[in-house]
Structures are given as C-alpha cells and as structure tokens.
Design a protein around this ligand. Structure first.
Ligand code: CXF
Ligand code: ZN
Length: 372
C-alpha cells in the first residue's frame, strides 16, 4: 500500500486542568518507525485519566488509555502488525528485549514503561497537532481521538471475533484487578479477601478472587452505591467505614479472626494503604497496591506490622506482561470464563465524553464506553 499520510480527525482535547474537553479537528501524523496508527473503535474512561486531567499540567493534551481499535497503517520496521488487525492499546508496553521483559519476573518494561511527559517514547515528540502546534499524549496511548499512534510494543493483537466495544476495558481496569488477584497475590481457595475501593479495578479483584474460590470477599467503599453493585461481582460483605465508630480495620480483623489473608488497595489514597495493611493478618497477610495516588505518595506503616510478617507489594497492570498475556484474557472473555460486559454501565457517543468525566467524578459509573 502507499505510504501513510497525515489524517485529520476529531479528538477530545483537554486545554487545561479540570476544564471540559473540546472536540477539535487534529492532525495525526503517520506512524513513525516502529509505530502503528490505530483507528479507535471504542475507548473507555479510567480513573487515571480523570486524576491526570485534574492534577497535571501538560496541555493541550489527548487523554485516554483504555481502548480497542483496528490498525490503519504501520510504520517502518513493524512486522508484527498489518492493516486491519484488531488491537487493544497498552499504557505500559512490552519491548520483549530489555532486562525486565526477558526476566519472566516483571511486567515493567524498561523501554516502553509508563510515559509521564506527554510525548512518544522514541523521539520525545507528539504525533498530534492543531494547526502545527503540538498536542500532547497521555501514557503513550491517547485514545480519545478517532485515530492515534502508538509504539508497536504498546498494542496487543487480539481475536477479531471479540467485540471491541466490550473488550476495551481489558486494556486497563478489568485486567488490572484480575491480574492483581491472580498474578500478584495468587489468591488461594478458601481465603479471606478485603478490597478497598469498589470501582472497576476493585470489582475485578473481586471477580478474580471469587473465581479462585475465596470463601469471603469483603468490599470496602465510602460510596453506598458502589456497595450495592458489588454483590454482582463476588463481594459477599460490603462495609462502609462511615457506618462504624471504630476504625474499619478493627471490624475486618474481628470478622476474619485476626485479619484477611489478602488485602487490595484500589483507591489511590495512601492512607487507605495503611488501613489495608492493618487489615491483613499476622504471619502471612499480603497487601497489594493497585491504586495510583494523586497527592502525598508517601505511605505510613508502623514497623510492627511488618515485624509480624505482613508483606506490602506494589503492582502495575495486575502483573500482566501486556503483549504476551492480554490476548489470552480476551479469549477467556470469549469462552465466558470471565465477565466484562457487566462493568460497562454507560455507552456514550464520543461527542458526549464530558459526561463520562462527570459520571466518574461523581462516582456514578463503573465504565463509560465511548463509541467513535
Ligand atoms: C496507571 C498506572 C500508573 C500510572 C498512571 C496510570 N494505569 C492505568 O490507569
Ligand atoms: Zn487505566
């Protein structure tokens, strides 16, 4: 096929922190060497987009990192993808060459790991512009656009039979929770699990724990609407800390004869990390962090909690090696081994993307999927 040229299309552009996005005509450059250009079919809003939009200062910017689409063109040197392939985007990539990617112990690629400055990994430039002025990226994905460009290591080829408007949520939230449960904690049958934060990530942890045969899954959230929905995803006991005079970790310790086997922090509030660690048991209690703090990233931990044998373990993307593992998660969805559709509370037209931001901020959705 003929070499790719610039595409002009619609993107939802954030012009400043917390300001409603504006649908703009943007120029999307052709994929550079080692990159692919994707026609985004469906993209969902994740809490991290909202957090970055509220608190960071890189603008104008195209957010979005949970997406599914179809390869439109490929750059020089790309052999793994061709036009027409169905893909999920990956906010943390896998180069398959670095020390981490070859270690079998890590999903934190040294080359295509988390981008923080709004530019592409390779040349530190942007592929979006408006009348020649750069528009910045988010996490090397920027899916709130009809077309986007990503490194080939930041996309996973998936079964063309999978509905893109559903599996997009496996690109971040739903996979993160399942992976934390299965890969990071390795939840065992008969165990007690406590999950802090019952959004898509926390409820995916619950789904994972239930599928592993956990005997009790305790869900904690200060939003009672979240507690309501949680039952459908495997949470047996919902606790609202506002309903108790004593600290919630005391309640959990009493319910579990001394503390949960596994705790999961899915709120991004480091005070909750402390609570989670206090809620797991002596000897073998494990607390896994999944949330990403906006402010005060330091964690306060009394040494006595560690002295008595607890482990605090961090994670990104549920420990999944994004390219190697995510296609099989899509297959599990197609085989009805995991549920995905139930997390999608709202289907919106791309133009109504600001509604998704409002719903997420108000705690009134799990996943809003935008259809392009
Ligand atoms: C997060 C992971 C850590 C940095 C920001 C994004 N992932 C997805 O939501
Ligand atoms: Zn995300």
């Amino acid at each position: 096929s003929s070499p790719a040229s610039v595409i002009t299309c619609k993107a939802a552009v954030a012009w400043g922190a917390g300001q409603p996005l504006v649908i703009e005509e943007v120029e999307v450059s052709p994929p550079q060497p080692q990159e692919i250009r994707i026609k985004v079919v469906a993209t969902s809003l994740c809490g991290s987009d909202v957090a970055a939009w509220e608190s960071q200062n890189i603008f104008p910017r195209v957010f979005g990192h949970e997406a599914a689409g179809i390869v439109e063109s490929v750059g020089e040197g790309v052999t793994e993808f061709k036009e027409g392939d169905h893909v999920l985007t990956l906010f943390t990539g896998e180069c398959k060459m670095c020390r981490h990617c070859t270690s079998n112990k890590s999903n934190i690629c040294q080359v295509l790991g988390l981008e923080r400055n709004g530019v592409m990994h390779s040349d530190r430039k942007t592929r979006f512009s408006i009348r020649g002025n750069p528009v910045y990226h988010y996490l090397g994905v920027s899916s709130f656009s009809e077309y986007t460009v990503v490194h080939w290591g930041c996309a996973a080829k998936v079964s063309p039979t999978a509905p893109l408007e559903k599996i997009c949520i496996l690109s971040c939230g739903a996979a993160t929770g399942l992976g934390a449960s299965w890969n990071v904690a390795n939840v065992s049958k008969g165990s007690n699990v406590a999950i802090f934060g019952l959004g898509t990530v926390g409820l995916s942890v619950a789904q994972g724990a239930k599928l592993r045969g956990a005997s009790r899954v305790i869900g904690v959230d200060i939003n009672p609407e979240k507690g309501e929905k949680a039952k459908d995803f495997g949470v047996n006991v919902y606790l609202n800390p506002k309903d108790y005079d004593e600290p919630i970790h005391e309640v959990i310790k009493r319910m579990t004869d001394g503390g949960a086997d596994y705790c999961f922090e899915c709120t991004g509030d480091t005070r909750v990390t402390t609570t989670a660690l206090q809620s797991c048991c002596d000897g073998w209690g494990l607390t896994v962090t999944l949330g990403v703090p906006k402010a005060k990233p330091e964690i306060a931990v009394h040494y006595g909690l560690l002295l008595t044998g607890r482990t605090l373990r961090g994670s990104t993307f549920g420990g999944w090696r994004p390219k190697s593992d995510i296609p099989s998660l899509v297959d599990k969805y197609l085989n009805k081994e995991i549920v995905v559709d139930e997390f999608i509370t709202h289907d919106l037209q791309f133009e109504d993307i600001n509604r998704a931001f409002e719903l997420m901020r108000e705690g009134k959705c799990l996943r809003c999927v935008m259809h392009m």
